[in-house]
Every structure is written in C-alpha cells, then in structure tokens.
Design a protein. Structure first.
Length: 114
C-alpha cells in the first residue's frame, strides 16, 4: 500500500514545476496555437509525479498531452488531454483520483511533459 511508509522519514526532497506570470501580474496562462507544442515540465533526475493540475475552458479533445519517461525515443503517453483526466466527453468538470493501493510509476532519470 502506498500509505504504509507515510510516517517514515525519507532521504528525499519534493519539487514543483509551475507556470507563472513573468510580469508579476495575474496572467498565469499560455496560449498554444494549433500544431504548436509547449513544454509543461522538464524534470531531471529520479522521482515520482504525484499531482498534475491544469485548467482550461475548452479543447479537451483537441489538445494532446505527451509524456516521455527516462529519455525514451517515443512518448509513453500520447493522449487527448480530456481522456487522460477521464473527461473524454469534453465537458469541463473537476476530476480527482486516489487509489491508495496502487504503486506509483517511478522515474529513473527524467520526465518531459508537453
């Protein structure tokens, strides 16, 4: 179970990758045009991704999420954004999942999300 070791001290650290408004304002968003790609996170070193948070108002079926682990030549995940978050019908909604019995996928060297 993933929660078995929650009270044990581990020799590790937590990190976060986030967008932000470089002007100091509140325009924390990216506009990605058709056929363009944007790197959401380029993470070096081993780890586990435990949380992905995004908001958008439309295009759940048209926007693709691509995730490549450990410098692989092809992505391990290449899926419409809505499908990845169980919103395949394209209707905007909140989605949360937690299965404490699952094992997280460990990343050995790197992760690239775009």
């Amino acid at each position: 179970m993933i929660l078995n070791n929650i009270t044990r001290i581990a020799d590790s650290s937590a990190g976060r990758v986030s967008s932000w408004d470089l002007t100091g304002g509140n325009n924390d968003y990216w506009t990605i045009n058709p056929r363009e790609s944007r790197v959401l996170a380029d993470i070096e070193g081993p780890g586990v991704i435990t949380h992905i948070w995004m908001t958008q108002s439309e295009h759940y079926r048209e926007a693709l999420l691509k995730i490549t682990w450990d410098n692989a030549s092809k992505p391990s995940v290449l899926v419409p954004l809505g499908d990845f978050f169980c919103l395949g019908h394209g209707i905007v909604n909140s989605f949360q999942s937690c299965d404490p019995n699952r094992r997280a996928t460990s990343i050995r060297t790197s992760s690239l999300l775009d």
